[in-house]
Design a protein around this ligand. Structure first.
Ligand code: GLP
Length: 273
């Protein structure tokens, strides 16, 4: 497991990382790069930087396929807070990802279980996900895999917890009663199948989840800890998100910062025993 603690803007760091990955892969029509994508407040800057790279001719998406992690059930796709609208607003409106290469779960499907099975199949048909980006819920959820989700779960309909509903109320006129109570989400198993994972955590609201990731143990109570089951997983965090670290990783980070205080970021690698 790798923890990158950065002083830089997380979105710029992540967008630059994705750009390098896409360039190194050298995608072309018969060799498409498959990117798993999140939504949420943390990644707004990430998308702004991807759009900027595209505008400046530093990156193109002609041979990129995208799969979003999740979507609400119970609001139409053209609702301003649906993840369809979010993706159109933050990325699809300005870059050249071919429309047929953009995949988002359909929370309006008549048969939700069928829709989830179809999505899993589409990911397999695309050859799996090369790089899956994600955010972190305050309660440690990844995508909409709430605490208690099986570590091998697949794409499925889920109920949102009250913590998530309250956290997301800020996108729904600060009115929790407007937040959908159900969603479709890729599973933890679906996420772990990706070749590489890059998750982002910013601010003290995520500090408890980050602290749990950095303590020993992998538990369904904190889905973020499942990242430690993956051979190539990185959590990119700011200092505020690392403010509740305890134990050996806390001292390692403090020592690193003391030794290299002018660095822009510090990297910690460890193996779960
Ligand atoms: C939502 C999304 C998650 C995301 C989380 C964090 O619940 N479904 O995939 O990781 O929010 O969002 P934010 O970055 O707004 O804190």
């Amino acid at each position: 497991m790798r923890l990158v603690v950065t002083k830089m803007n997380l979105g710029l760091w992540a967008a630059a990382y994705v750009k390098e990955k896409i360039h190194a892969f050298a995608p072309r029509p018969n060799h498409l790069f498959t990117l798993g994508l999140p939504t949420g407040g943390t990644v707004v800057d990430f998308y702004a930087n991807l759009r900027l790279f595209y505008k400046e001719g530093l990156l193109d998406f002609k041979s990129v396929v995208t799969f979003n992690m999740d979507e609400y059930v119970g609001i139409p796709q053209d609702h301003p807070q649906s993840y369809h609208s979010y993706m159109n607003r933050h990325l699809f409106c300005e870059v050249d990802i071919p429309p047929e290469n953009r995949h988002i779960l359909n929370g309006q499907a008549e048969n939700l279980a069928f829709e989830c099975a179809r999505y899993e199949q589409a990911i397999s048909q695309a050859g799996g996900i090369d790089l899956f980006l994600g955010g972190v819920g305050r309660n440690g959820h990844i995508a909409f895999n709430e605490p208690g989700s099986a570590l091998n779960s697949r794409t499925r309909p889920v109920r949102l917890t009250s913590t998530t509903i309250e956290a997301n109320a800020r996108f729904f006129l600060n009115d929790a009663s407007r937040v959908p109570t159900q969603a479709l989400t890729v599973g933890i198993g679906t996420i772990l199948d990706a070749k590489e994972l890059l998750f982002l955590a910013a601010g003290t609201a995520k500090a408890n989840a980050v602290a749990r990731l950095c303590q020993p143990g992998i538990t369904a109570d904190c889905p973020l800890t499942a990242l430690k089951l993956h051979a190539h997983a990185t959590l990119l965090a700011d200092l505020a998100a690392c403010s509740q670290l305890t134990g050996p990783l806390k001292s390692t980070l403090e020592n690193l910062i003391k030794k290299n205080p002018y660095d822009q970021h510090w990297v910690l690698d460890w193996e779960e025993k």
